[in-house]
Structures are given as structure tokens and as C-alpha cells.
Design a protein around this ligand. Sequence first.
Ligand SMILES: Cc1cc2nc3c(=O)[nH]c(=O)nc-3n(C[C@H](O)[C@H](O)[C@H](O)COP(=O)(O)OP(=O)(O)OC[C@H]3O[C@@H](n4cnc5c(N)ncnc54)[C@H](O)[C@@H]3O)c2cc1C
Length: 497
Amino acid sequence: MTIDVIIIGSGIGGLTAGALLAKYGKKVAIFESHTIAGGAAHSFVRQGFKFDSGPSFYCGLGQDKPSLNPLKQVLDLVGESLQVVPYDPLGHYHFPEGKFPVFSNLHQYHQEVAKITPQGAKELEQFESKMLGLYDCLKEIPTIALRADWQLIPVLISRYFPALLKTLFQVGIINGSVGDVVDQTVKDLWVRRLIDLECFLLSGLKAQGTVAPEVAFMLGERSRAGVEYPIGGSEAIVNALIKGLKRWGGELYLNHHVEKIIVKSGKVTGIKLKKGDIIEARIVISNATLWDTYNHLLSPEALPQTYRKRALNTPAVESFMHLHLGIKAQGLEEITGHHVVVHDSNKDITEPGNTCMISIPSVWDKSLAPKGHYTVHAYTLESFAGWEKKEDYQHKKKERSQPLYKALEKVIPDIRERVVLELIGTPLTHSRFLRRYQGTYGPAIAAKQGMFPSCHTPIKGLYRVGDSTLPGIGVPAVAASGILCANTLVSPEIMEF
Ligand SMILES: Cc1cc2nc3c(=O)[nH]c(=O)nc-3n(C[C@H](O)[C@H](O)[C@H](O)COP(=O)(O)OP(=O)(O)OC[C@H]3O[C@@H](n4cnc5c(N)ncnc54)[C@H](O)[C@@H]3O)c2cc1C
């Protein structure tokens, strides 16, 4: 077969790049190691329960055009749409000091925070107003118009000059951390911790480590577009992207593990599959993490040694413990779908087991569970180190899932009696099913200590997309990485925006 672009991996980054390039007229083939597409966003079914393996929190996917969500911008372009259920409050935070709903509407949110700390609520408002100022500038330049080369400059100047000027005034905040803005606006210790939590939920890092535009966008979008869940779960997003890819002639090969990227004289020539086949193309895009790409897919000599060493030294956010449960739903008709539980205020929120995320998506989409039941996914950070398939593995699994059960008990006190299906996932499970180095959430590149790398690599014809490239972790961000890479591979006249 003749292929213009090979993509390794069908995560949201690989699928968005693939669907866009197919729309731009390229012959695209995606090779996915797993039997299910979607990477961290894949869904799986056990005994009639459909589970999201990762993301469940989305904004701006069901909206009429134009949406600011890069994923929705790609879906619009390839002619696909999603059915979504909007909901508010977007979740409940359970702190030892109290539980409160988090509303999309920021005024309502402040009123809830004021019940715990009136002064803190005022400071939170000042913090948010600074972040929303940044969001107001950024939102005027749609991601779908961006690319990762010099040709971005004429596009920005010719089409978005006023927005560009406004953005230049925000340059101090754009390059800074959320922590800098917190330091200028918030003294209240409880609210500082709340902002740390919101940053951690997004980037895996606290306010000092999180870049300001990421939080500006999250706050702006959740108050502007609201929050929603796609009917059919994260699989619906993955399927829509695959449909878009195929509509424009692209191909997806599941269960095709790529063993090597072939490089000759500093140029990519194709890939070698585990099955032995060699597939040729002048452009290869890796959606595998930077560690998996540079450690396993490339021979060490293919990259300049200093570049390789620096890249592989990038710190990684920890992995996860997961609890996927099928439960009896009787009497839980009023329950809401998202919860974050912080067990101990004296411990760091990033400490494994201390902050637990809970998603009960069958609250919004009944088709995800058998009649009278709910699908539950709870997860918390867990270090990869120390996990081995030894004789104590089953025991350790049970033990390390207890913080998740305790968190669930804050939401559903009799959770243990309701369980009809229990699947416990460890960092080993996460790294195996998501094909990710140490089961990591992604790179821990702290604000001001470096930037996420772009889609370019030192090898001609080799590009990267996904959460170890700019702009970073999360579904909208990796969709943006797919856009940046796809647009970079075509001339601005072909781009549609
Ligand atoms: C528990 C959890 C909850 C999350 N919640 C949210 C949320 O609510 N909202 C949100 O926006 N984000 C959330 N995220 C983050 C988001 O899901 C990820 O950042 C994003 O999905 C990563 O996409 P990606 O394209 O970078 O890579 P991945 O999803 O990792 O995809 C990479 C793909 O490449 C394949 N691959 C790897 N190596 C090979 C190979 N050698 N050959 C062939 N294929 C290969 C893998 O199998 C995989 O399918 C969550 C993540 C997790 C883990």
C-alpha cells in the first residue's frame, strides 16, 4: 500500500492528527497496538457494564459551532458530531472541612466557597478574574488555525491581529505559573489549597507547577460552555474520530503493535510491525509517549545523544490505582456523577491515596450499565515503583484500593454491599492496557522549568503528538497537539478555519 503518513497509536492525539490529515487529502494509516482504539480514552465492557478507562470530564463538545474545544473543532471539520448530556453542578468536592457542589457558574461557586471561608471566596474571585482576562484573549484565536512552524506568523498577523495584540499584553501571565497569580491574589490558605486541587486535577501538578493558560481555559470554558458527558462514554468520542478518519479515506489497524520506527541517514522511511511487516512512508507520527517513542521505537543511535538523554530524563507524573465497579443503583436516584474526595488536609493532595477522583457516568447515560445498576470509576495517584507481579500482588491490589473504597463511602455509604462487579487496576494494569511508560499520566514539566516539546523531532519526517507534546495533558490539549502537527504538515492554503 502507498501511505503518505503513518501514525503510531490511536489515542486522541493520533486520531485527531489522522482525521485532519485525511481530510486534507493525505493517505493516512494508523497502527494501534491494542484491540480497542482510544488509548487513555478507550472504553471497555465487562458483564454488561461499559467503563471509561480514563477521561469522563468534558466541555464544549455538544455545542453549536464554533466551539473553543479543539476536539470539537476537529469533529466539525471532518463532519462528525456527538450527542451529549449537560449537567451542573459539575461535581462535588469532599474536604475534611466540608462538602460542597462545584457549579459551572462562578458566582454560584463563590457562594458555596463563602460558606467555608467568606474572605477566601472574595480572593478566589480576584484570582479568577485575572485568569478570565487571559482566557478572553486566548479564546479569540481558534486552535484549528494554529501550526508549529514559522508559517503561523503570517496566519496570526493576517487573520487575528487584534487578538494577537491583546495577547501580547498578557505575555507575563501566559509564560507564568498559576502559582504566580495565586501569590498576587489569594492569602487564604484553604482557597490556596482548593486552587492547588483544581490544578492537580488538570495537570497532575499543583498551582506552582501548572501553566496559567491551562487553568484560564478550564475556568473560562466551564463557565461559558458548561460541562457535559458524551452519550456512549469516551468511546463515542473515539468512534466519531474514527468515522471522520475513514470518511476521508484514512485507515485504522487495531492489534498492530509497532516495534520500530525505521530511520535511514537521519530520515524516517517507515515502521516495522511486531508481526514482521515493514510499512513505508516518508512521514511517521508517534502518538506513543516520549519515553516509549525514544526508548523503544527508535534505536539509540537514531537520535543525537544529548537530545535523547535530556528527553528521557523528563520527569513523569505518577500512575494510578483504579477501581471499576458495577453497583446496584436502587435508592441512588439523586446521586450526582463526579466527586473528588480529599481524605486528609494535613497530607499533600498529590500523595497517593489522599485525593480520589470518582465518576459515575451512568447517572447521565443509563445505557452504560444493566437496568437498575450504575457504572463507577474511582482512581487515585499511585507510584509505579514497587509494583511487580509477585505472590503478594493480589493482596497488595486489595490493600491499595482501600483509599478508593473509603472515598466512595463518603458518596455512597453502603457501597461495599452494592458491588456486583469489581475490577481493581494497578499501575501495571494501566501501563499494560494503555501502553504507557510506567503507566504515567504524562510528563511532569513544571511551569517556568521548561515547556512541553513541540511535534518536531531531530529526525526528518518523524513527528510526535499526544500528551508529551505541546500543549500538554488532557483531551482538549492532546486534540490541540494533533491539530498543531497536522497543520504543520500542510500548507496554510489547505488548512480550513
Ligand atoms: C484516569 C484518567 C482520567 C482522566 N480524566 C480526564 C478527563 O476527565 N478529562 C480530560 O480532558 N482528560 C483526562 N485525562 C487525560 C487524557 O485522557 C489523556 O491526556 C489523553 O487521553 C492522552 O491521549 P494521547 O493521545 O496523548 O495518548 P494515549 O491515550 O496514551 O494514546 C496512545 C496510543 O498509542 C498506542 N501505542 C503506544 N505504543 C504503541 C506501539 N508501539 N504500537 C502501536 N500503538 C501504540 C497506545 O496503545 C494508545 O492507544 C485522564 C487520564 C487518565 C489516565
